[in-house]
Ligand binder design. Structure first.
Ligand code: FAD
Length: 425
């Protein structure tokens, strides 16, 4: 098997657009010896490990990841609706190991920020000079009354890919024609803002094809949502009368569930579903709470210049766990934040100040198996805050020729191949 082993030329390609490479003291960084520990081997953490090891070949880079393999969420809505296999979402860490990143497959349970060490569940500890946390999200169990880990086995969230993805797929497949699918969407912020609506589109396509008497009810804790006009246009043209959505002001927010009867309760009514997909409220992964890098919101404030925690020294936080609005909680963002963070750590260890730069994000969403739309944002982190660059970025056009939607579906596949190769390949 051949792996993508990034060299300096690859770095130039991968970092073009961040504007940082020109400012990088590569020669000085190559000599730096430091203990760099990363918790979480997803789109953020695995990318950070890879780029740190490339930029700082003399440093020890240790990645603590609970699982032996990674299951990617992007494209998992296609798995839910039987259009893709879960095996296409699975990625190994072999390439990172071959590159010299040391792996600890265990759960980080305690960060001693004063002593600069991380303890894993086996009791082993790892000292660090710099720590990057990229633990993704955890769920706020019981924020929706009755929705706990046991309830998720009956009313799957499928918001972390793997067994939950397959459970939801199986339930859809087992449902009788005429059955009702209900999905609850949490209040923002949550992982992948357009994700629930992409899932709704693909479930609607699945129902239209396989269970034509069935419908989907979306119970939404938000009134407005990402790419709303594009999704609503697609729903009325591709899946008329198939999707009913209730926003927050129409009492859409789910406040309680009863798993035994698959009932979702809002302040207004109880809805009994045959398949219930409950996407619960979220917060930063639990290790971030323990490490003291999350604030009262449950998310982690960071300095957008280098994604260092504003609450604890020598700890950086990247990916979904951060407060990085207007950047969305996406794999694209996590990957780019990881590169930025690795670059700034390398600069700092080589005695250089962090440099402001530009960041981008593009999120593709499938409307059907052959049509997709996208939203692109461009951001800058100068002046102490992360903000959108006015006039840059944009949305797919409304009322577009179908060929445009088809091209975006193909571009989405290219994006997925590229980002997973850069991260794991
Ligand atoms: P993760 O990728 O979740 O990685 C976190 C890792 O940390 C995990 O491997 C976990 O095992 C590990 N971990 C956590 N705590 C510990 C601990 N204490 N010890 C050891 N290991 C730990 N994004 C896009 O850009 N485009 C899309 O099209 C897209 N589609 C999506 C569709 C769906 C249905 C969903 C749910 C998400 C989608 N996303 C998409 C969002 C994307 O998956 C996340 O934004 C991305 O995974 C965030 O990366 P991360 O590194 O922050 O977290």
């Amino acid at each position: 098997m051949t792996y993508w082993s990034p060299n300096r030329r690859d770095l130039i390609l991968a970092l073009s657009g961040t504007g940082l490479l020109a400012a990088m003291p590569l020669k000085a960084a190559a000599q730096v010896r430091a203990r760099l520990v990363i918790v979480g081997g997803g789109f953020g953490g695995a990318t950070a490990a890879r780029f740190l090891k490339t930029l700082l070949p003399q440093a020890s880079v240790t990645l603590i990841e609970a699982n032996a393999e990674y299951y990617a969420c992007p494209f998992s809505n296609l798995v839910v609706t039987g259009l893709r296999e879960l095996s296409a979402q699975r990625f190994s860490y072999a390439a990172l190991k071959a590159q010299g990143v040391e792996f600890v497959h265990d759960r980080a349970v305690e960060v001693a920020s004063v002593g600069h060490s991380v303890q894993v569940s086996s009791g082993q500890t790892f000292a660090y000079d710099k720590l990057i946390l990229s633990p993704g999200i955890d769920f706020r169990w019981n924020d929706i009354e009755g929705y706990d880990e046991a309830a998720a086995e009956i009313m799957p969230h499928a918001w972390k890919a793997g067994t939950q993805t397959i459970l939801l797929r199986q339930q859809l497949s087992d449902m009788e024609d005429g059955g009702v699918v209900a999905m609850s969407v949490p209040p923002a912020p949550f992982r992948c803002p357009p994700g629930p609506y992409e899932r709704a589109s693909l479930i609607a396509q699945y129902l239209k094809t396989h269970k034509p008497k069935s419908k989907l009810i979306i119970l939404d804790a938000q009134d407005k949502f990402s790419k709303q006009p594009l999704f609503e246009e697609a729903w009325s043209s591709l899946y008329p009368d198939r999707i009913e959505r209730f926003g927050a002001s129409e009492f859409g927010r789910v406040i309680a569930v009863s798993p035994s009867s698959r009932t979702l309760s809002t302040e207004f009514e109880d809805i009994q579903a045959d398949v219930a997909n409950v996407i619960p409220p979220q917060q930063a992964g639990s290790i971030a709470q323990q490490a003291g890098v999350a604030d009262m919101t449950g998310w982690c404030p960071v300095d957008p210049l280098n994604f260092s925690s504003t609450l604890q020294p020598d700890i950086h936080v990247i990916g979904d766990a951060t407060i990085a609005s207007p950047m969305p909680k996406s794999a694209f963002s996590a990957n780019l934040q990881a590169k930025l963070c690795a670059m700034q750590i390398a600069r700092e260890l080589a005695g250089k100040a962090p440099q402001p730069t530009t960041l981008t994000n593009t999120c593709y969403s499938y409307l059907s198996d052959t049509a997709a739309v996208s939203i692109t944002g461009v951001y800058t982190n100068d002046g102490g805050s992360l903000h959108s660059v006015e006039g840059a970025g944009g949305l797919s056009p409304l009322d577009a020729d179908p060929i445009i939607r088809q091209n975006e579906a193909l571009q989405a596949r290219t994006w997925f191949r590229t980002i997973t190769e850069q991260t794991f390949g």
